[in-house]
Structure formats: structure tokens, C-alpha cells
Design a protein around this ligand. Structure first.
Ligand SMILES: [Fe+2]
Length: 240
């Protein structure tokens, strides 16, 4: 007899990390602009100086796609999604400007070309917009660093069958959550959330290509500077 048949209980999953996935209405137009006008200027070598596959262009010196004139319609739509994310999902007031600080290409051609676990400190909000996502291409995976349910360090880990306390992973105990990446969608999440990519099939054709980026939110110029946290408007920033 299972526990559920003899014991009544309720479960409350508290303090979530939320990942927003939205559809880019102008995807066809954005994709065309990217491949025709942006990609030729932002090409990067498949292999880096160490002989490893370059899965991102972030370290190739031009993580500034957001500064391109031809990227303006795409960046505007990305910004709309970001505002929906922090106002409708997180419930923040409409007192912020969204500053795009960095944007680059994430690219892979087969199941071995993965982006290892990483995070985007010190930004606030990060995104991945899937410009081209062939059938069977990688998922994006998020990792739980808060470990709210980890009773003691290592209790939820799995090394191999004989070296784990886990009977099965549940939503409450998993330390990794993977999402299928669909072309034309944008995935938005807190920059401090660890993430990477995971293979979902042995092979896929064509290239999996996403534009990844970081944003910082700052107080609108019209807002009084009465908050003890967060950035004030950059018009007041100085360097000496
Ligand atoms: Fe990333």
C-alpha cells in the first residue's frame, strides 16, 4: 500500500526560479535580417586557438550584435518580451529601462558541440533567442544552485547506481531542468541562473543557432531616486 493511500498530505512548492518562453512574432523577418546582414559581420572560427570547438562567439571579441542598425527590430521585440517577463511574471513595477549590454552567437552542428554549465553574472536578465533550431538540436538546461531541498550537501547527487541516495528524481529533488528549444522562441531567465545545453539526439542537420544576450535594468529617468537597491539612471553615472 502506497503512502498516498493511507496518509493525507499537501505539498507547496515555494520560491521558484521562473524561465519565460515567448514567441517572437517577427521571427521570419528577424531571421532574414540576421542571416543576410548580421551573420556575415559576426562570423567566428569553428575551432579556437586551443583546438576546441567554439560553441559561442562571446569570446571572439564582438559580443555587440545589439548595436547593429539591422538588429533594431529584433532587439525591440526582445525588449518587449523582457518587460512582460519582469512585470507580468515577476510583478515588478514599470519603473525600469532595459539596457542591452552584451549579445553574441551560440552555435553548434552536432550532438557533441555543447555549451557547458555557466552563468551570466553580473547582468540581471539574460536571454536566448532561437534563430535556427533544427529538429533534434540541443535543449537548454538550467541548474539549481539554491538547492532549497538539499537536506545535506550531496544527498541529491548521483554518481553511479551504487553511489547515490536517490531512488528517483522528482520535480522537488532534481538539480537540472531541461527545455526543448523551438525555433522562433525566446527563453528569458535571471542572469544568475546556471545553464548550458544538452544533447537530445545523436544527429541533427544544419546549424543550431541562437542569439544570446545580457541586460541590466536601471531606474527610468522619470523615477525619483528613492530606492536603496538597484541602479539609478545611467545619465548620472560618471567616470573620472
Ligand atoms: Fe549562457
Amino acid at each position: 500500500m502506497s503512502i498516498e493511500e493511507v496518509v493525507n498530505y499537501q505539498l507547496h512548492n515555494i520560491f521558484p526560479t521562473s524561465v519565460y518562453v515567448g514567441e517572437m512574432n517577427g521571427h521570419v523577418r528577424h531571421k532574414e535580417a540576421f542571416y543576410n546582414k548580421i551573420y556575415p559581420k559576426y562570423q567566428f572560427p569553428r575551432i579556437n586557438a586551443d583546438g576546441d570547438i567554439n560553441t559561442v562567439s562571446e569570446s571572439e571579441g564582438k559580443p555587440i550584435i545589439h548595436t547593429e542598425e539591422s538588429a533594431v527590430p529584433m532587439m525591440k521585440e526582445i525588449t518587449e518580451h523582457i518587460k512582460i517577463y519582469y512585470m507580468e511574471i515577476l510583478g515588478l513595477r514599470d519603473v525600469f529601462d532595459v539596457y542591452h549590454t552584451k549579445s553574441w552567437i551560440s552555435r553548434s552542428y552536432n550532438s557533441d558541440e555543447l555549451v557547458p554549465e555557466h552563468l551570466h553574472s553580473p547582468s540581471h536578465i539574460s536571454y536566448a533567442y532561437y534563430i535556427n533550431a533544427p529538429e533534434g538540436s540541443h535543449a537548454i538546461s538550467f541548474y539549481d544552485k539554491k538547492k532549497g531541498n538539499e537536506l545535506f550537501q550531496g544527498v541529491l547527487d548521483y554518481y553511479h547506481e551504487d553511489d547515490t541516495f536517490m531512488d528517483e528524481y522528482t520535480f522537488e529533488s532534481t538539480q537540472k531542468y531541461s527545455l526543448h528549444t523551438k525555433e522562433g522562441t525566446i527563453c528569458i531567465f535571471p542572469s544568475k541562473t546556471s545553464h548550458g545545453t544538452d544533447s537530445v539526439s545523436e544527429v541533427f542537420s544544419d546549424e543550431r543557432l541562437a542569439i544570446s544576450g545580457d541586460c541590466i535594468i536601471t531606474l527610468k529617468e522619470s523615477e525619483r531616486m528613492k530606492y536603496s537597491v538597484g541602479h539609478i539612471n545611467p545619465k548620472y553615472w560618471r567616470r573620472y
